[in-house]
Design a protein around this ligand. Structure first.
Ligand SMILES: [Mn+2]
Length: 460
C-alpha cells in the first residue's frame, strides 16, 4: 500500500573489503572454462545456484550443476578431482573443502570451518551477520550481479525478511532500479495464491488464536466481516483479489481479533509489514511475490526436482507449468502434515515436540514445524521424521523473539548431537540434525538442558 522510499542506509564497516573479495570471486568464476556448481537443495541454495548459472550463461560458459542435501564425505570424494568448483549456500563450513584438488570459489553465509582457506565470499569474514543480514543468494549476487529477483527470494526463503544490513542495501538498489517493490501490506504468507480461509488457517506469524489450523472457523470469521465477504462465483477470493477497501477491512478485523486475545496486542503489530513484489512477474502468481516464489523453490528442492527450481529461476519455458503441478502436490502434503501436526504435537516443557515418523516426509518436516505454533509462540519446536536411510531427521524452529532472548538452535543442536555420533547445526532461528535412531532417547534428554542453559545465560 505504501512504497515511500526509506532513508539511505550506511554500509557496514568492512563493506569495502567485502566488495573487493566479491570482485575477486567474480573474476575467478568468469575465467572458468567449465565449472561444476555444487549447491544446497533449499530455496536459498537453488536461487544462489541459479545466480551462478545465469552469470555463466550470459558469458556462454558451459557448466554442470550438482544439488545436494549435505556436503559430506561421499560428495567430497565424488568431486575431489573436479578442476573447477563453485559452491553456493554451502562449502564454507566444511573442513574437507580444503583437500579438493581443483580451483574453488565459495559463496556461503554459514559460519566458516577453521581449516577451510579456499577463496570464499562470506559475510562472516567481514563482521557481517550471515544469519540475519545476508543469505547465500544475496552473497552470490553481490559478486555476480545476475538474477536480482532470485537474490531477494533466497533471503526470504532463509527467513531474513524484513531485509537488514547488506540485504537492505541490495533491496534499496533494486527498488531504485524498479526490479523490486517493497510495500507495507498484510504480511501473511500465501497472499497471492491461497483462498482466504486457507490463508488465515495457515497463518503462523502472527498466530491467530482460534483461527490458525481451522479452515471452517476462518470461513465463519470472514463471513462475520460482511455477508459474502471475500466470496466470488467459484468459491473464495485470494487476498490479492481483494480491493484496497476490502483489504483494509480484513486487516482491521484481524487486528481486533488479535487485540481481544491474550498477548495479541503485540502480535497485531506483526500483521502488516514489508512484502516483496517483482513487477516483471506481475502476471505470474507463483513468482510475483517473494514468499510464494520461495515456496515454489522449496517444493522443487524437497521433492527432489532441484533442476526444475533452477529452470524456473532461469525463466525456461515449460518449467513453470511443471512447477505449478509440483506446488499443488507440495501444498497437499503440507496440509496433511500440518493437520496431523496440530493433532499430535505435545508440550515437553522447554519445547514443543512433534513426532512425524512414518507420517510426515523428512523433506517437509522442517516446513511443517515452521507452520506449527499452537497456543502462541513461546517455545521452540522440535520435530522428527525418518529419512530414507532410517536415521532420525530433527528439524527445529524458534522465533525472532526467542532468538533475541538468547536462543541459538544451531549451536544447541551441534552441542547435543556431537556426543551421539550425529550431525547438526544451522542458524539461531532454524536448525536441523541427523541422529542415529538408537540414540534418540539420549538426544531428547540432553537437548532440553542445553536449551535451558542458553536461556539462563541470556537472562544473567
Ligand atoms: Mn542459506
Amino acid at each position: 500500500m505504501d512504497d515511500s522510499p526509506a532513508p539511505p542506509l550506511s554500509p557496514p564497516a568492512r563493506w569495502g573489503e567485502f566488495l573487493a573479495r566479491a570482485q575477486e570471486c567474480h573474476e575467478v568464476v568468469e575465467r572458468m572454462k567449465s565449472p561444476l556448481i555444487v549447491n544446497h537443495y533449499d530455496c536459498d541454495g537453488l536461487t544462489s545456484g541459479a545466480i551462478v548459472c545465469a552469470f555463466l550463461e550470459e558469458r556462454k560458459i558451459p557448466y554442470r550443476i550438482n544439488t545436494i542435501r549435505k556436503l559430506d564425505e561421499a560428495v567430497l570424494n565424488e568431486i575431489r578431482r573436479e578442476p573447477e568448483l563453485v559452491f553456493t549456500d554451502l562449502g564454507g563450513g566444511t573442513d574437507g573443502v580444503q583437500e579438493l584438488e581443483g580451483e574453488v570459489v565459495i559463496f556461503d553465509h554459514h559460519p566458516i570451518a577453521p581449516k577451510n582457506a579456499r577463496l570464499q565470499l562470506n559475510p562472516h569474514m567481514f563482521g557481517i551477520d550471515g544469519g540475519a543480514q545476508m543469505c547465500g543468494a544475496t552473497t552470490a549476487y553481490w559478486s555476480l550481479r545476475a538474477l536480482p529477483e532470485a537474490a531477494i527470494v533466497g533471503a526470504v526463503g532463509d527467513v531474513q525478511s524484513p531485509m537488514q544490513g547488506p540485504n537492505r542495501l541490495l533491496l534499496q538498489e533494486l527498488q531504485a532500479a524498479g526490479v523490486v517493490q517493497a510495500p507495507i501490506d498484510l504480511k501473511m504468507y500465501g497472499r497471492i495464491s491461497r483462498p482466504l480461509p486457507q490463508l488465515l488457517a495457515y497463518a503462523d506469524d502472527p498466530y491467530l488464536p482460534g483461527l490458525s489450523g481451522h479452515e471452517e472457523r476462518c470461513a465463519q470469521f470472514l463471513e462475520s466481516i460482511a455477508k459474502s465477504f471475500g466470496k466470488k462465483d467459484a468459491g473464495w477470493k485470494t487476498y490479492g483479489e481483494l480491493d484496497a477497501e476490502e483489504r483494509k477491512k480484513l486487516i482491521g478485523a484481524l487486528a481486533v481479533h488479535l487485540a481481544e486475545s491474550a498477548g495479541g496486542r503485540a502480535a497485531a503489530s506483526r500483521l502488516v509489514g514489508e512484502v516483496y513484489l517483482f513487477p516483471r512477474f506481475a502476471n505470474t502468481p507463483e513468482l510475483y511475490e517473494a514468499g510464494e516464489f520461495s515456496t515454489l523453490m522449496n517444493a522443487c528442492g524437497r521433492h527432489e526436482q532441484p533442476q526444475l527450481g533452477i529452470d524456473i529461476c532461469l525463466g525456461r519455458a515449460e518449467a513453470l507449468e511443471k512447477g505449478a503441478a509440483l506446488l499443488a502436490l507440495h501444498r497437499r502434503l503440507l496440509r496433511e502434515g500440518v493437520e496431523y501436526a496440530y493433532a499430535s504435537v505435545r508440550d515437553w516443557g522447554p519445547f514443543l515436540f512433534l513426532d512425524g515418523r512414518g507420517v510426515i516426509d523428512d523433506g517437509i518436516i522442517g516446513v511443517v514445524a515452521g507452520m506449527l505454533y499452537p497456543g502462541g509462540r513461546q517455545k521452540p519446536i522440535v520435530a522428527i521424521a525418518l529419512d530414507r536411510e532410517g536415521k532420525i531427521k530433527v528439524s527445529m524452529r524458534g522465533t525472532k523473539k526467542l532468538v533475541s532472548q538468547g536462543l541459538n538452535l544451531g549451536l544447541a543442536l551441534r552441542e547435543a548431537c556431537m556426543p551421539l555420533g550425529g550431525a547438526g547445526g544451522g542458524h539461531a532461528i532454524a536448525a536441523g540434525a541427523s541422529v542415529p535412531p538408537d540414540r534418540l532417547d539420549e538426544f531428547l534428554k540432553s537437548f532440553p538442558k542445553i536449551l535451558q542453559k542458553q536461556m539462563v545465560k541470556a537472562g544473567e
